[in-house]
Design a protein around this ligand. Structure first.
Ligand SMILES: C[S@@+](CC[C@H](N)C(=O)[O-])C[C@H]1O[C@@H](n2cnc3c(N)ncnc32)[C@H](O)[C@@H]1O
Length: 212
């Protein structure tokens, strides 16, 4: 990943996103996280690809809560994991709104979660009628930051190409810029300029290690 900062206007770090494949980029970021035995959250389970990846990364002692608003996504994630009973044991799939994330994870997880991952947008092959929106994504990001352990990572892939996506990305950027400082460090990866309209963005928000 190219990580040379190009701007830090608001004090946070903005970098060019030179890979179109944001999922691969997020995976490479998560590969670097110390996740063995950790508690992690997939806040947009969808078809279960990311949940499966996280279940592999946390290992036999770790646990994943995978959340999605749609029943077809819950079923798709369950079906994907059914092929790997070892991984399925590590995952709890929850049907719910990630805006209410604090109530969807076990109580002891609060302040102890290593990673919360959002792959925003719409369910692939599920139609575009239900997409994530700023109205729920921003409260969900706020809830996630509260759930994180010190040094934990909130990672969001934001798709600006669908109808609600540009507004969602702007709202998340605005929210993230306010977190940068005492509470967290923020990296925004995106392409700028005319040709970049509609391209995905990545936000990496790390809770400050010194926060108790
Ligand atoms: C791009 S897909 C996720 C892809 C998925 N991570 C995978 O590996 O296949 C986005 C998902 O967000 C879900 N979603 C939309 N709004 C939501 C909300 N408020 N709470 C939880 N999930 C939501 C959609 O149902 C959809 O399945």
């Amino acid at each position: 990943m190219n990580s040379s900062p190009c701007s830090s206007g608001e004090g946070w770090i903005e970098e060019p996103l030179d890979q179109r494949n944001v999922v691969a980029l997020l995976k490479s970021v998560l590969e670097e996280e110390p996740l063995a035995g950790a508690w992690v959250v997939d806040a947009t389970a969808g078809n279960g690809h990311d949940t499966e990846f996280l279940a592999q990364r946390v290992g036999p002692e770790g646990r994943v809560v995978a959340v999605d608003l749609q029943q077809p996504a819950v079923e798709a994630t369950r079906a994907r994991l059914a092929a790997s009973p070892e991984l399925a044991k590590r995952v709890e799939i929850v049907k719910g709104d990630h805006a209410l994330l604090q109530d969807l994870v076990p109580g002891p997880w609060r302040g102890e979660v290593a990673v919360v991952l959002f792959n925003l947008g719409y369910l692939p092959a599920g139609g575009r009628s239900l997409t994530t929106t700023a109205a729920t994504s921003v409260p969900a990001a706020e809830a996630s930051l509260t759930l994180l352990r010190p040094g934990g990572l909130l990672a969001l892939a934001v798709y600006t190409g669908h109808e609600a996506g540009a507004a969602e990305a702007a709202a998340l950027r605005e929210w993230a810029s306010r977190q940068h400082g005492a509470r967290a460090t923020v990296r925004l990866l995106r392409d700028r300029g005319e040709g970049a309209v509609g391209r995905p963005e990545v936000l990496l928000i790390r809770r400050r290690p010194e926060q108790g």
